[in-house]
Write a protein that binds this ligand. Structure first.
Ligand code: TMP
Length: 199
């Protein structure tokens, strides 16, 4: 691998297995690459604020406020974590990134271009993967509600936005309804294919 690092994000609905898969991917990549795992909301100040006051509230905040907070967290995450690691030649895997804002906040009817504009300082990912699982299945898996976003109506709308980005080629679709191993193998194939072309 050349000195330059790469930035890959993994996206999907709550309960789609994204965190497990992103961690598995990092573990496997580490055999040959300097891979690191990170996630959004981040562990920075704004990210911790979001987890505490945004996601675990009884009621959702306005989607404009959510967008502003997630964009602020992303700015810090890029500046403090992602960009320094990429510059050191690392392969950074982020569990959620910009497409989560487009899908979750966009699903409320907010203008997607406005969300993009708000995030114009965010580093563009070299590869973005969408783990596609049926909303009915993820809701069944989410026995104990962790966030204000976890209901069927929201997850259906969120998926619709993600699918738009799959259709325009920005997100690579991986069928998340298969077994854990099959999903992991498919993600690895996509990532290795990307690295072969890019390195
Ligand atoms: P997770 O830690 O289980 O991935 O959950 C984070 C929640 O935050 C999830 O419901 C999606 C939501 N979210 C947004 O709504 N917008 C964003 O930009 C990000 C990064 C997450």
């Amino acid at each position: 691998m050349k000195k330059k690092g790469f930035f890959i994000c993994v996206e999907g609905l709550d309960g789609c297995g994204k965190t497990t898969q992103a961690r598995l991917l990092v573990r496997k990549l580490k055999e040959n690459y300097a891979a690191v795992y990170t996630a959004e909301p981040s562990n920075g100040k704004v990210g911790r604020f979001i987890k505490k006051y945004c996601l675990h509230n009884k009621k959702r905040l306005s989607s404009v406020v959510e967008s502003l907070l997630f964009a602020a967290d992303r700015f810090e995450h890029v500046e403090n974590v992602i960009l320094p690691a990429v510059k050191r030649g690392k392969l950074v895997i982020s569990d959620r990134y910009l497409y989560s804002s487009l899908a979750y906040q966009g699903a409320t009817g907010l203008n997607l271009e406005w969300i993009q504009k708000l995030n114009e300082h965010a580093l563009h990912p070299d590869l973005a993967i969408f783990i596609d699982v049926d909303p009915e299945i993820v809701i069944g898996r989410l026995k104990r509600k962790k966030s204000v976003m976890e209901n069927l109506k929201t997850q259906r709308k969120v998926r619709e936005v993600y699918v738009r980005f799959v259709e325009n080629g920005e997100l690579v679709n991986v069928d998340g309804n298969k077994s854990k191993k099959e999903v992991a193998d498919e993600i690895m194939t996509v990532v290795l294919g990307f690295l072969e072309k890019a390195c």
